[in-house]
Unconditional design. Structure first.
Length: 319
């Protein structure tokens, strides 16, 4: 009795024989097929695939033939053209300058010239600062003009700006009306004002000045009295003011200390008058302080001059 191991071994040997035989037959078949296709492996595989495809594509004659159903026309697929990037424009290469142009543009360096040492400059004398004209003196050789001087529609008369000899306007009616209004208001304050000297013509001023010069000398007279043709009284706009009953203070510095003098100084600008020669302004106006001498310039100018505490020359910009 054979053992189980012997049976298994026999079966195993049989399988090996059949497997080897089958493998050998398969190799013979493959060799025959390759020989038929000229030993070309790719051609052999292509032929093998073609034969299989013919077998697959062969129609089945027994299948029922059915009419195809009406198909909806498909919308044609429109392919979008691929967006092409705009070609990048290449910048043309910079042209190299020609040798001739480069030579023309670049100037040849000049040989340095020998510099002579600078001559020693003589020190220049600086011009002396011009001092403003002394308002207290008369200019040498000054002559009376043909027309009076107006600045900003205001008549100016002083030692630098004389009047024509024949200038004779008389007392200003406008100035007189302003004084009467001031006098009326002063009476309400218990003060009785009086304009004791206003317009003076050229001849009268000449007579007065010569008398003062004969008495005190021309230098002293020039401080408080104007030469003929240079007096504000000839304009008809100057009013020498005093208080009635206080004649001892007329044309005197003491008038400024009186009740009437203080009132006029504080209120005259309201009526268009200014204190023409204030204290401490002799080098600007040309004349010593006169507390009684008032000048009509109009309400607007008088109020501004009073508010700023300046003189007529400063207001007109002639100093």
């Amino acid at each position: 009795m054979k053992s189980r191991y012997s049976d298994n071994q026999d079966k195993k040997n049989t399988y090996i024989k059949w497997g080897a035989g089958g493998l050998l037959a398969l190799l013979l078949l493959a060799g025959t097929w390759l020989y038929a296709n000229g030993w070309d492996v790719e051609r052999s595989f292509a032929a093998l695939k073609g034969q299989q495809a013919e077998e697959t594509e062969a129609p089945n004659e027994e299948a029922d033939v059915q009419e195809p159903a009406a198909e909806k026309p498909e919308k044609p697929i429109v392919e979008k053209p691929e967006e092409q990037e705009p070609p990048v424009e290449e910048e043309p290469p910079a042209e190299e300058p020609k040798a001739e142009e480069s030579a023309a543009e670049t100037p040849a360096p000049e040989e340095p010239k020998a510099q002579e040492p600078p001559a020693a400059e003589e020190p220049k004398e600086e011009p002396a600062e011009q001092q403003p004209a002394d308002a207290t003196t008369y200019q040498d050789g000054i002559k009376l003009p043909a027309k009076p001087t107006y600045i900003n529609n205001i008549l100016l008369a002083n030692k630098q700006h004389p009047l024509p000899q024949n200038y004779a306007p008389g007392e200003s009616k406008e100035a007189r009306a302003a004084f009467e209004a001031m006098k009326k208001d002063a009476q309400a304050a218990g003060i009785n004002l009086n304009a004791f000297s206003t317009y003076r013509e050229f001849a009268r001023q000449k007579q007065l000045y010569e008398g003062y010069a004969a008495k005190d000398g021309a230098k002293a007279a020039d401080r408080y009295s104007a030469r003929p043709g240079f007096s504000e009284h000839q304009t008809g706009l100057a009013f020498d003011i005093g208080e009635a009953g206080q004649e001892q203070h007329w044309a005197s510095a003491s008038f400024g200390a009186t009740k009437g003098g203080k009132w006029v100084k504080a209120n005259a600008h309201k009526y268009g008058f200014i204190l023409r020669y204030p204290e401490g302004a002799e080098k600007i106006t040309g004349y010593m302080h006169e507390s009684w001498h008032f000048r009509y310039v109009g309400n607007a100018a008088a109020k501004e001059i009073f508010a700023k505490g300046i003189t007529l020359e400063e207001y007109l910009g002639v100093h």
